[in-house]
Design a protein around this ligand. Structure first.
Ligand code: SAH
Length: 378
């Protein structure tokens, strides 16, 4: 299987910020008012060919065509139906795949909106962080998505479903804070009035806990929300399932979150997957409550969603309820997401893994190898 090298491809124009476009027009000796015209064609009218940009000179259209592409990924498939969670698979220019998940009527978990469309977007192909329960990192890390590829997921899904996305969660494949610069550029294009126009408070960045970049994001002027994939309330338990904890221990993570809180006035979210016999003890629940309280964090409990090739299991419903009760009794806001629809979103990475394995892009033996690791820990 031959893959095009990323360097050969023209970047998607959807990741170009207004500032950069103005600079570029200056270099090309074009007047700066052209920027607004171009952005209007790109983000508002969403034309699919530079030739359609009828108020630009032929020369400028040719120049844009030479440097950029209007669409860099092709829609490959969708699973799910209109009223349920839908998983879109996009093929990137280099033959790789990313998943983007559309969740209808997300009951005010992230952002204030309910009955609205939430999109779960990917930030990388694969993931380097190797969380032991997650499908995204099963075949390791391939590459960062460009800012344009991140933005394009939203634009393509909006165009496919002929509707606007209200909320964005960076909870698809990859670790968004490990692709920091591209993430910030993408957020700028997604938020700007010249761009996609989604309010910053309707965007949630989810991280496995890269403490230094959490602090950097706290200094970013746009008021995006933050979710932490905690999944363990002590270093000992967290380290078993999230190797990132060896690098950034809970003390460092919580200090970065205190800094975040000093800069923001919206509440943090702790994501906590419940895995039977691993992190679902009531002791963990008590430690979680102790950590969440001073940080004013809301807790989302998510029963583990089975991943093919991994040996983890979700706890019984009684255990899930008991875990939640400890949090609620301690005065912590804690929701328990049992609905099926969310399961698909939580397990982002599986569809792409299946597709790339079938096409022989990734080694199908890798997930099998991981079964042993999973079983060993459980
Ligand atoms: N790297 C980022 C964002 C991607 S993961 C992060 O770690 O937050 C998005 C969410 O899905 C995370 O909370 C992750 O822990 C969760 N997730 C991954 N695999 C899952 C599974 N099998 N069941 C339930 N949630 C899962």
């Amino acid at each position: 299987m031959t893959l095009d090298t990323p360097s050969k491809a023209k970047p998607p124009i959807l990741g170009l910020t207004q500032t950069r476009l103005v600079e570029l027009l200056k270099e090309w000796l074009e007047p700066s008012y052209r920027a607004a015209q171009i952005l209007d064609w790109v983000f508002k009218r969403r034309v699919l060919s530079f030739d359609k940009m009828s108020n630009l000179s032929r020369g400028l259209r040719a120049k844009l065509e030479e440097h950029f592409t209007l669409r860099s990924m092709t829609y490959s498939s969708v699973t799910g139906s209109h009223d349920t969670t839908r998983k879109f698979l996009f093929k990137l220019h280099d033959g790789r795949y990313v998943e983007t998940v559309l969740i209808p009527a997300n009951p005010s978990l992230y952002g204030e909106a309910s009955d609205r469309l939430t999109l779960c977007v990917s930030s990388q192909v694969g993931c380097a962080y190797d969380c032991k329960f997650c499908a995204s990192g099963l075949a390791g890390f391939t590459r960062n998505l460009t800012a344009g590829e991140i933005v394009e997921q939203i634009v393509q899904v909006e165009d496919l479903v002929k509707d606007r996305i209200d909320n964005l969660v960076f909870m698809g494949m990859g670790e968004p804070l490990a692709n920091f610069t591209n993430l910030l550029h993408a957020i700028e294009c997604l938020n700007a009035s010249w761009g996609v126009g989604i309010g910053a408070r309707h965007m949630t960045v989810s991280t496995s806990g890269l403490a230094p970049n959490i602090k950097k994001l706290a200094d970013f002027p746009l008021q995006v929300r933050l979710a932490i994939s905690l999944h363990g309330a002590s270093n000992e338990v967290r380290e078993k399932i999230m190797p990132v904890n060896r690098k950034h221990q809970l003390e460092e993570l919580f200090a970065a979150l205190a800094y975040w809180n000093s800069k923001r006035n919206q509440r943090l979210t702790f994501e906590f997957i419940l895995i039977a016999g691993v992190n679902d003890s009531l002791d963990q629940a008590r430690l979680l409550a102790k950590a969440a309280k001073p940080l004013l964090a809301k807790v989302n409990l998510i029963p583990y969603n089975t991943v093919e090739g991994l040996a983890w299991e979700r706890p019984s419903e009684e255990q899930q309820d008991a875990f939640q009760a400890v949090l609620l009794n301690a005065g912590v806001t804690a929701t328990l997401r049992r609905e099926k629809g969310h399961d698909i979103a939580a397990a982002c990475g599986q569809l792409r893994l299946k597709q790339e394995t079938e096409e022989g892009i990734i080694d199908s033996l890798i997930p099998a190898k991981r079964i042993t690791i999973g079983a060993g820990l459980a």
